[in-house]
Design a protein around this ligand. Structure first.
Ligand code: GLY
Length: 316
């Protein structure tokens, strides 16, 4: 098995005029993660590097440029899992952290699994991670959207959900309806030279969410999961439904049962729609290093790179 890396920039309604930015952002994130792998970094290093690139890109709903809560703050969630040790690190509801996934990595290296709010930010200072001014995370675009009231289609990672199943990349879903949900996240899964698998995710959550609301992204088995020998998964979508189904865990179990990464991603998204009427997408790598991705939303930005491939594949 060789090196492999896949990233996503959120599932939802991406306006066609933003396809190029979404693809380019995912490609840049895949490049960052791939550089880490080529430099001998671990799967965890590559996953973190890819997610940090997406957090720093204001086109995505994570880190800088994340959507705002109903009372106008960016409350950020992130999580990471090391498929070798099964160590997990996650943070939720942080407002003063530029790269929540870096703080999640610090939590992963501690006895804790999940830290929230001011306690997580205290842990950041104890770990040597600088706190930022919360307003530096809020882009003028997001502030303007919050002030006028969020609408469907406002975000690269958000918008009206689709009624039909749409898997494997090319848009083909039918029966568009607006459900008013705003969702999105970014994430990555990587396999390193030692065959170690890691997965993670980061998000601002749902636009205009209730203060304190936490979705699937920082919850292992819901927003992300990795286990050596089985595979890795990162999710994006309306988090409550991913939590109800522990959907990342289900996708991993499908791969453990012999499904390919692609078949597992499609089966999990089919279950999401059929069992709870949920909307979103996920990316997978199986133990053979094969990538998979599926969604039942109009679009999901993604990129992947595999050892021996000529170049990164990116799409929406
Ligand atoms: N999937 C991101 C969220 O629901 O918060």
């Amino acid at each position: 098995m060789g090196l492999a890396l896949i990233v996503h920039g959120g599932a939802g309604m991406i306006p066609p005029e933003r396809y190029d930015a979404a693809r380019a952002g995912c490609r840049a994130a895949a490049e960052a993660g791939w550089r880490a792998l080529l430099a001998g970094g671990s799967a965890l290093d590559a996953t973190q590097a890819a997610i940090m690139a997406l957090e720093d890109n204001p086109s995505f709903n994570a880190g800088t440029g994340a959507v705002l809560t109903s009372n106008g703050h960016a409350e950020l969630d992130a999580g990471l899992m090391d498929g070798e040790s099964l160590h997990v690190g996650a943070v939720a509801g942080v407002q003063r952290i530029k790269n929540p996934v870096a703080l999640a990595r610090a939590v992963l290296a501690s006895p804790h699994v999940l830290l929230v709010g001011p306690g997580a930010e205290l842990f950041a200072t104890e770990s040597g991670i600088a706190l930022c001014d919360p307003e530096t995370l809020v882009t003028p675009e997001q502030r303007a959207r919050w002030q006028r009231g969020y609408r469907d289609g406002d975000d690269v990672n958000a918008g009206p959900a689709m009624g039909g199943l749409d898997v494997g990349g090319v848009g083909q879903a039918a029966s568009v309806h607006s459900d008013g949900h705003k969702h999105g996240t970014v994430g990555a899964v990587a396999i390193d030279a030692q065959g170690r698998i890691a997965a993670g995710a980061s998000t601002g959550g749902i636009a205009a969410k209730h203060p304190g609301r936490v979705g699937d992204t920082p919850l292992p088995g819901c927003g992300f999961i990795a286990e050596n020998g089985l595979g890795g998964v990162s999710s994006t979508g309306h988090g409550e439904d991913f939590i109800r189904l522990t959907l990342a865990r289900r996708a991993l179990d499908y791969m453990a049962g012999g499904m390919s990464a692609q078949a597992a991603a499609e089966a999990a998204i089919r279950l999401l729609g059929e069992r709870v009427g949920g909307h979103g997408g996920l990316i997978t790598l199986d133990a053979q290093g094969r990538p998979g991705f599926a969604r039942n939303t109009p679009a999901m930005a993604y990129a992947y790179m595999l050892e021996g491939a000529a170049e990164i594949v990116a799409g929406v």
